[in-house]
Design a protein around this ligand. Structure first.
Ligand SMILES: Cc1cc2nc3c(=O)[nH]c(=O)nc-3n(C[C@H](O)[C@H](O)[C@H](O)COP(=O)(O)O)c2cc1C
Length: 396
């Protein structure tokens, strides 16, 4: 079955740059995620990565210039492909494509391609800074080619600078973004994700098992659809490639970050599992066992961030809350919609199997503020249902 992130047809072009060593891992990721790849390599690239490695990982024959014959593979491949990714792209190939030079199978395919073309330049910083390279990049962009800027860091040639190709996981994100219709372009999405930590002393805190996966899935799918995304997240590691991450620890810090960012957003998704209570006083020293059988900790209520977001909501802004419930799912969720001035609530049965905290799957009911509108159920991988949830919300 084809969905936005599997069953997709991805043509990969590899040129003769040192970063070609990262591509076998990309091919593995493409296959593992249920997508297909065809691979073209330039004669120079054959010196950096072997066709045998790529063929073993992709399960397909890798095409080289020796396949450039009367079967016109460059036309067939580009008609087959939904996206053509050239990674790494050397200064040489970049220049050729910019000027319409089609002197090998890869450059001919690039000139023939009607699908989106995404180029990942990777080279030594001096080659990247060269005015000819920069002009060629501008020219390619003006032709509608998507050029992903290399990042700064340690380059394979041993020096540090700008010219580093993104990691395979990051390239995969760019591929999926290129494959999606950008129906959220120009929209700004603010998401809260993950747990909060409420410290009771320097080494202990009160928290919950939230992994932030659902909030990140909502963020990522909005980014794939062209939105600009800011994520305010609690103390969990998140893959924030392409998005703006704001890391906080406690509920009070999260509230402050929401207050600072809310007016910027068109959509606000409140997926964080915020602690309801915090210690009245945080001990400056580690609390000792002290020989007592019981220990009483006085807690005070944390601010209700969703309610504050509802209060600060500006006209036209859409607020989406989450309700983690163990019973009376819909009734409890509806009560929160009106109390917190939300437009939608995603009610999450955290007691159900394969739903809620930590797991990659979820079962959610999308409940609109308008009681005449139907409640929709989404069940499956968080990455996939979040895409479908956005489809419903933006169709409104
Ligand atoms: C060891 C080595 C590493 C190279 N690394 C790069 C590189 O990272 N980026 C680049 O643009 N060119 C690099 N080159 C130069 C290209 O291989 C050269 O320009 C070649 O003609 C590119 O051919 P192609 O674009 O058809 O693959 C490297 C050359 C050598 C010998």
């Amino acid at each position: 079955m084809t969905s936005f992130n599997h069953g997709r047809k991805i043509l990969i072009g590899i040129t003769g740059g040192i970063a070609a060593y990262k591509i076998p891992e990309l091919i593995r990721l493409i296959k593992k995620s249920g997508n297909e790849s065809e691979i073209i390599i330039t004669p120079s690239a054959e010196k950096f990565v072997t066709a045998m490695t790529l063929e073993t990982l992709s399960g397909r024959k890798v095409l080289t210039d020796s396949d450039f014959d009367s079967s016109i593979p460059h036309i067939k491949l580009t008609e087959w492909a939904e996206v053509f990714v050239i990674a790494p792209c050397t200064a040489n190939t970049l220049a050729k494509i910019a000027y319409g030079i089609a002197d090998n199978l890869l450059t001919s395919a690039a000139i023939a391609a009607k699908c989106p073309v995404v180029i990942f330049p990777a080279m030594n910083e001096k080659m990247y800074d060269n005015p000819a390279t920069q002009e060629n990049i501008s020219l390619l962009k003006s032709h509608g080619v998507k050029v992903i800027e290399p990042s700064s860091g340690e380059l394979a040639c041993g020096v540090s600078g700008k010219g580093r190709m993104p990691e395979p996981r990051e390239i995969m994100h760019e591929i999926l973004r290129a494959l999606c219709v950008h129906d959220m372009a120009g929209k700004r999405v603010l998401v809260t994700a993950g747990p909060t930590h409420e410290y009771i002393d320097p080494v202990r805190y009160i928290s919950n098992p939230s992994s932030g996966k659902m909030g990140i899935a909502m963020s990522r799918s909005a980014w794939y659809r062209g939105a600009e995304v800011r994520v305010i997240h609690g103390p969990v590691d998140v893959d924030g490639y392409g998005m703006n991450l704001i890391r906080v620890t406690s509920a009070e810090e999260m509230l402050e970050a929401v207050r600072e960012n809310i007016s910027w957003a068109d959509y606000v998704v409140k997926a964080a599992a915020v602690g309801d209570y915090r210690a009245k006083e945080i001990s400056a020293h580690k609390i000792k066992r002290g020989g007592k059988d019981t220990f009483t900790l006085e807690l005070v209520q944390n601010p209700d961030i969703s309610a504050e977001a509802g209060r600060l909501k500006r006209p036209g802004q859409i607020l989406i809350g989450f309700a983690a419930e163990t019973d009376n799912l819909i009734a409890n969720a509806r009560e929160k919609i009106s109390r917190k001035n939300l437009d939608y609530i995603l009610a999450n049965d955290v007691a159900a199997e394969n739903s809620g905290f930590r797991v990659d799957t979820n079962m959610l009911k999308l409940i609109p503020r308008d009681e005449d509108k139907s409640v929709l159920t989404f069940s499956g991988l968080k990455d996939e249902i979040s895409f479908d949830i956005w489809s419903r919300i933006i169709a409104r």
